[in-house]
Design a protein. Structure first.
Length: 323
């Protein structure tokens, strides 16, 4: 029996990636991330980067001679100029090869690639990336948001602090490395409001602390505080839903300290902790292709007139018929 495959393109922000995926494996993936020379992500500059490189990326993928049965693209949420660039390429491919087109919610894709790669079934999901910090779980046909940031995502917060230190984007991995050398905890704001979180005050406190304390201790304290907040709301969602699995996804989920804290919490509650391989945590074309494959199998395709991008696309806007 023929194995169905989908070509997926991710381009919500800094990452530009395309992959061909079937249920059995990732057949090919090509990426070309946008890295700003200074500061954070500039939407128009990132979109221009995507426009410059998406042709060569797709050409390299197609040159490998792997067939596909559908095309998927990151429809949102994300930066509008970047989303539109990727959507245009996906529409062109779908028309040229006369195959179905699928618009994929970026957040759902993080969850589905995590479930695929780890084998977990019905987890509470901690989704932590640049713009997003959400605790999500499946209920009544959709992924529901049980808690989220009230201001900035944890990834953006870390990157902002990293820029304050003069670190090149992305700042998160560099802060993680500095935090490993920290020994002294500095008290900082701990802002959990019910199931929601706030990181802006924590960032301000970290910027002030750097004037009085070693950078390693500030990075250590920043991580401990922010991650404790995230673990608390994840544990509360786990208790509320009576689920037995926790899955982590998004670029910040690659942080080893965050994973260790989540694992310890799960062991204390008799739950299982899952983290997919690092290559599937950050934004990648494989997660779009795989989720597009599931959607294609459930008839969730788009006509070209209905394929407009959705920069504010919520995870709970998506009906999930496969669970």
């Amino acid at each position: 029996m023929k194995i169905q495959k989908v070509l997926g393109i991710e381009g919500t922000a800094w990452s530009l990636s395309a992959a061909i995926v079937g249920h059995d494996q990732v057949y090919a993936e090509v990426s070309h991330p946008y890295v700003p020379e200074s500061g954070g992500i500039h939407p128009m500059a990132a979109a221009q980067h995507h426009a410059n490189h998406i042709g060569p990326i797709i050409r390299e993928l197609l040159d490998r001679g792997i067939g596909f049965d559908g095309v998927a693209f990151s429809q949102g949420p994300g930066l509008g100029p970047c989303l539109r660039t990727v959507a245009t390429a996906a529409r062109a491919l779908a028309l040229a090869y006369d195959v179905p087109l699928m618009g994929v919610n970026h957040c759902v894709a993080h969850i589905e690639v995590g479930r695929w790669q780890t084998g977990c079934h019905d987890p509470v999901v901690l989704y932590v990336s640049g713009a997003n910090s959400q605790v999500i779980a499946f209920r009544r046909g959709r992924y529901r948001v049980f808690g989220e940031t009230l201001d900035i995502g944890i990834g953006n917060a870390l990157d902002k602090f990293g820029r304050h230190l003069g670190l090149q984007h992305p700042g998160g991995p560099k802060i993680e490395a500095l935090a490993r050398e920290g020994k002294n905890y500095i008290k900082m704001p701990y802002v959990v409001k019910g199931m929601d979180l706030s990181f802006s005050g924590l960032m301000s406190a970290a910027k002030e602390a750097i004037e009085k304390h070693p950078v390693q201790d500030v990075c250590f304290s920043l991580q401990e505080n922010a991650f404790a907040m995230l673990v608390e709301v994840t544990e509360r969602a786990l208790a509320h839903t009576s689920k037995e699995e926790v899955l982590v996804g998004g670029g910040v989920a690659a942080n080893s300290r965050l994973q260790a804290m989540l694992d310890a919490m799960c062991r204390g509650r008799g739950a299982k902790f899952y983290a997919p391989p690092r290559r599937f945590l950050g934004d990648n074309g494989s997660m779009i292709a795989y989720t597009g494959l599931i959607q294609m199998e459930h008839g969730m395709t788009l006509g070209i007139p209905d394929s407009a991008v959705l920069p504010n696309f919520r995870v709970d806007d998506v009906v999930i018929p496969w669970l």
